[in-house]
Design a protein around this ligand. Sequence first.
Ligand code: ADP
Ligand code: MG
Length: 254
Amino acid sequence: MITDPAAQQKAVTTSRISLSGVHKRFGDLEVLKGVDIDVEPGEVVVLIGASGSGKSTLLRIMCDLERADSGEVWVGGVPLHDRKRAPEIFGHVGMVFQQFNLFPHKTALGNVTLALLKVRKLSRAEAEERGRAALKRVGLADKADSYPAQLSGGQQQRVAIARALAMDPAIMFFDEPTSALDPELVGEVTGVMRSLAEDGMTMVVVTHEMRFAKDTADRVVFMDGGVVLEQGSPEQVFGNPAEQRTQQFLHRVL
Ligand code: ADP
Ligand code: MG
């Protein structure tokens, strides 16, 4: 792990992502069967596909939470397939999951500042300044002192987004960030995500929110059975899908 802030600053030189020939198996199950995918700096890519098609595994590989069996994985200029260099990505990518995973005994600000204090070793004053800015960014400036149980699901997920943003990530990954939310709370979370996209954040998002994909994605990638079956602009993929499997999937979800 790189803990020297100067070395961390040097490690990531771009927010580009480039995967080629990525394979991953869990025991007998081949989950990724040769995935190629490129994401340009500032691009918003939405990954769609049936349950079990390998979307989460792919995202976890891009965050270095999971290791590919073979293939090349470049994220932010760091070759994650090179285990010696992979730790350079640490702290440069933000992740938001379906489950918010907030510490219940810490306030919103406490959750957002935790890594700034423990990992970045910022002073409390610096951490709180950055934490408050991140909470403001997600529209929760007034909830800094609230505990998770006092917040709605949508607000809790926005705290989780703020926690990631406070680390100043080059890339943000989202894995079904609205799937645990009541329908009326989805919009406040996708709204924050849209505003990050508009600010130029590089983002890879797994979601079933087709409205978000249509409004915000630069590119939609359809995964099927561990491969990228089809990709294109939202207009192309939703309006005129080339593959029958894509048509069938969209039929079920739209
Ligand atoms: P998706 O996100 O598209 O639903 P996943 O990447 O979560 O797909 O899972 C793809 C397949 O890999 C599924 O069959 C899942 O059960 C399996 N899988 C995922 N993670 C593991 C793991 N850690 N151990 C064993 N099997 C796993
Ligand atoms: Mg998944």
